[in-house]
Each structure stands twice: as C-alpha cells, then as structure tokens.
Ligand binder design. Sequence first.
Ligand code: FAD
Ligand code: SF4
Length: 286
Amino acid sequence: MHPFVYTKASDTRQALAAGRDGGRYLAGGTTLVDLMRETVERPRTLVDISALPLREVTVTGRGGLRVGALVRMAEAAAHPKVRALHPVMSQALELSASAQLRNMATIGGNIMQRTRCAYFRDVTADCNKRDPGSGCAALHGHHRAHAILGTSDSCVATHPSDVAVAFAALEATVHLLGPTGERAVPFTDFLLRPGSTPHREQALRQGELITSVEIPAYPRPLRSGYLKVRDRQSYEFALTSAAVALHIRGGVIREAKVAAGGVGTVPWKLPAVERHLIGQRPSPAL
Ligand SMILES: Cc1cc2nc3c(=O)[nH]c(=O)nc-3n(C[C@H](O)[C@H](O)[C@H](O)COP(=O)(O)OP(=O)(O)OC[C@H]3O[C@@H](n4cnc5c(N)ncnc54)[C@H](O)[C@@H]3O)c2cc1C
Ligand code: SF4
C-alpha cells in the first residue's frame, strides 16, 4: 500500500473542498481499500464521507423513492418502502456480495465500484482502464465473464453492480453535488461505455459527490423482480442478470422496464424487449 493522507469530513462543504483538491471519497471502504492494498488505486488523500447526512430513504411525489448515497446496502434492501415499491432493488441488493459487506457498503459506493476483470486487478498485466494506453490483456486472454455489449477495442470489462441494473431498468436519476452546485444525471448516462477512454467510468466532474439516487414515481404500480445467474449461489458476481418491472392489468402487460447485467460494459437497458412485452400476456415462453 502506498502512503496516503486520511481526513474525515464532518459536513458536505468540507468534503467538497477536499474533493476539489483531488481527495478521493471513502464511504464503506469495502472496495476502495482492497484496490489500494493491491496498489491498483493510489489516491494521495482519502476523504471519509461516512459522517455526512446522506443516509435517508424518502418517498418523493406519488411513489418516487430517493435513496441517500450513504444508505448501506443492507438498510436499503430491508427498507419497507423499497420492498413495497421496488422489490427489484431489494432483491438485487440481497443477491449482492455477502451480509458483512452489505452491512458496511453504501449505495453510492456500489454504483461507483470498479470492474472485477482479473487483469485490472493484476498490476503486472496490460490494462487500459488501470494504465491508459497499455493495452487490454482480456481481449486475447481469459474473458469468459467479460462483456459482449458496449465493448470497444480498448476494453471489454463488465460493470459488476447488481443494484445498478435495477436502477437502469427503473430509469433512475443520480443526484450530484459539486463545487459549482447540484445537478442530476439520468442513470443510463451516468456509467460510461469504455470507447477509447475506459479509465473514464462515470459522468462525474472533479470533486463531485453523489448525494442520492432517485427512482421516479410511476403512475401505474409496477411488479418487479431480479434474476441473477452466477457460478455459485452466493457471494458471487453475475454471469448475467435481469431486472424486470411490469404493470399488468387485465392479464396483459401495459408497461415494461427491463435491463440486463453481467453482459454489458454498463448495465444494459433493453428498450426493444420492453416494447415487445407490452400488449402481451405473461407466459413462460414469453
Ligand atoms: C468479495 C466481494 C464480493 C462482492 N459481490 C458483489 C456482488 O455480487 N454484487 C455487487 O453489486 N457488488 C458486489 N461487491 C461490491 C460491493 O457491493 C462494493 O464493494 C460496495 O458496494 C462498495 O461500497 P462502499 O461504500 O464500500 O464503497 P467504497 O469502497 O467506500 O468506495 C468505492 C468507490 O466509490 C467512490 N464513492 C463512494 N461513495 C461516493 C459518493 N457518495 N460520491 C462519489 N464517489 C463515491 C469511492 O471514491 C470509491 O471510488 C462485492 C465486493 C466484494 C469485496
Ligand atoms: S477488459 Fe478492460 S479492465 Fe480488463 S484488461 Fe481489458 S482494459 Fe483492463
């Protein structure tokens, strides 16, 4: 591990000042600290944001949900409003990582987590994401769990988050606070495809902090679920997954929200599948 300075922000103003000066935010620390131990990440300053007041789950408008960036994965999964309104989010979280990790890890940290590509985590391998311009060892190497959608000649790594797949399906918005104020980014624009710059992974500006993720209010109630296929039944990332939310009336699908995980460089929204489902009766074949 490389030497670094640790500082704890007691309010957002302090956090933003440190972030603007190049400090790296630390939430639950469950993935950033690992990457620092492996010297994949070498931040010079860590800004602990765990004391910031970003731990609320609130209902907005008529059934929208706003989840603070520092809400723990376990808290979000168990929250009665999350379970009632969007079981797909709850299920995606419960099928992630392990109980210990979910008790520590946050929603903001989860969507910011970096790929599990083994070459990215091996500092002796060529990896454009870790070391821009060095090449991509996965292109001709071991890539069974890599992406087939949204890839480029520079990188074929998947985004590993499960709850991000639910956020993409439900057309969530990411709320950000930065040195120049607040802004909101549609979730499907927040995580970036690799293109020729795979080291740029999110639409975040220098020093910006995620404050919350918001799922919009849907006029028609959705029933939803998350299906995850993986090499073993727990403590494993998705080989593929699907987040599906449907409004069914009179036995017919009237509205559909669908995204796939594990197969794309970002969670993969499937508008053609959504259009195909609408107007049909659910059946095993469909
Ligand atoms: C063994 C193992 C198995 C796992 N399995 C799964 C799985 O199956 N599915 C899954 O989805 N995840 C899985 N994970 C990943 C786990 O969910 C993440 O480690 C966790 O969600 C990260 O959250 P954190 O709060 O600890 O983030 P941290 O480690 O604190 O931070 C991660 C990144 O997010 C940035 N960050 C954090 N909060 C903010 C913020 N508010 N604004 C801006 N930047 C921020 C940090 O700077 C850092 O770059 C697994 C992890 C491990 C170690
Ligand atoms: S797939 Fe991406 S993360 Fe993996 S080695 Fe290639 S550039 Fe690096």
